[in-house]
Design a protein around this ligand. Sequence first.
Ligand SMILES: [Zn+2]
Length: 306
Amino acid sequence: MSTVAAVDIGGTKIAAALVDDTGTIRERIRVDTPSGATAILCVVAELVTGLRERSSEPVQTVGVGAPGVIDSTAGVVRSATGTMPGWAGAPVRDELTGRLGLPVAVANDVRTAALGAVMDPRLDDHPQVLHVSVGTGVGGALIHDRRPMTGPHAVTGEIGHLLVPSFGALACGCGRRDHLEAVAAGPAIAAAYARATAQPVRPLTDVAARMRAGDIDAQTTIRSAAQLLGRTLAGLIAAIDVDAVTLGGGVVHGIDEFAGVVRAALHAEALPPLRSLPVLVPPAGPDTPLLGAAQLARTITQGTRT
Ligand SMILES: [Zn+2]
């Protein structure tokens, strides 16, 4: 039995877990994300140290999913959006290796989640998968044979900046307008509901609760965002061609109806060969990013053994 530490760094929360080699989470902890790269890496090191102390067996390696454009070879954050001030340039791998004395691998958080998503046995014969994450932002990762594709500029899968019809009110996290993320991400849906009802912006969890209670504006707003995402993905998968699409992120896992609306809109909009494409929510749900980070950690072990 070998145990690895898995870490998922998000804009609001950092989750860490011990994962055994059956892919079962043994221990877990979740804390608020502090401000600044030094503070974040300090908290991650403390979380992993705490988990190691509680582990009945040695922790072999650490896998970290982190926001931004990540150079996995160097283990460094190459760029980050305004939601993570001071994160660009953070030497994640070397800093954590130095603090923990363990081998550390780091990758973009959506790519890490995608590694977890393709562990789904339903995807065993589906080598080419687009994973889409809808949460505070909209991100994607393209997986080929269980490995994330990166591309010459390390941005393969960054679907959040696709141009969509002008809904206009919010700027995207990249600063431009009329991008997918500015329409379909959680804060964008919450802002659209506030505009539709002329009420102050409330968290998306409140809007989702209103939808469940029968609020028509909430239902319309959430369904519109999911439909636009599905239609946009239909065009995208025609351009790149995949065996399956997987959906994750806080909006997908927090609103039961969301994935079904995305799936129906994608199939309705897609070219004929793509109209029955599997569009799946991973069985591990919100734990998918941690299981992916554990997979990332195991690539180090495999690498040192070969
Ligand atoms: Zn953008």
